[in-house]
Design a protein around this ligand. Structure first.
Ligand code: COA
Length: 158
């Protein structure tokens, strides 16, 4: 059983994340989406909301979602994972992702980081931009699941 972890903050999940996830699900027996408690980002949505958006948007039967506290590598080991999945959108992502993967390698050299290229139609998306556009009344249709679009509208209307 080859298990991979797809970690992130997912505040909120975008169609770009779902595209990576879809492709990862064809490569591994099981993919666990890990919603990190320890992230240096100030989030708009709660952990439970982010988990719920992911669970409601995922169609692949071999994917599940879990919230994890502490270190990503400890979580990966506790799940018996052999790989960490990360999406790369552009060259600008590389430096941060390189550092993250090297640090994780330092913590456990047996778990590989696998990079998947984000599909070109999603390569410009980021959760931060999605939130900014929505907060200013712009349309984010087609960039996030409909449930996320509605949740963002509600958040910024209230
Ligand atoms: N399509 C669209 N957007 C994408 C994308 C894709 N395929 N892949 C990434 N992004 C965007 C996200 O929207 C997000 O945008 P934002 O910065 O505006 O929010 C950004 O790229 C990356 O976010 P995300 O994919 O959610 O991951 P992250 O970088 O926030 O995740 C963790 C970081 C959770 C992996 C890291 O903090 C972690 O491992 N934490 C646990 C504690 C730990 O182990 N620390 C030591 C690490 S060495």
């Amino acid at each position: 059983m080859r298990i991979a972890i797809y970690p992130g903050t997912f505040d909120p999940v975008t169609n770009g994340h779902l595209d990576i996830l879809h492709r990862a699900a064809t490569l591994f027996d099981q993919v666990i989406v890990g919603v990190a408690v320890e992230t240096n980002k100030k989030t708009l949505f709660s952990l439970e909301e982010r988990k719920h958006f992911l669970e409601s948007s995922i169609k692949e039967p071999n994917v599940k979602v879990e919230i994890f506290p502490g270190l990503l590598m400890h979580f990966a080991l506790s799940k018996g994972a052999c790989a960490i999945i990360r999406g790369l959108r552009a060259v600008s992502d590389f430096e941060y992702e390189f550092q993250l993967s090297m640090m994780n390698k330092q913590l456990n050299e047996k778990v590989e980081t696998i990079f998947l290229m984000t599909a070109s139609e999603y390569s410009f998306i980021s959760s931060t931009m999605i939130k900014e556009i929505s907060s200013l009344g712009g349309s984010i249709a087609g960039l996030v699941p409909p449930m996320v679009e509605e949740a963002l509208k509600r958040k910024f209307r209230s």
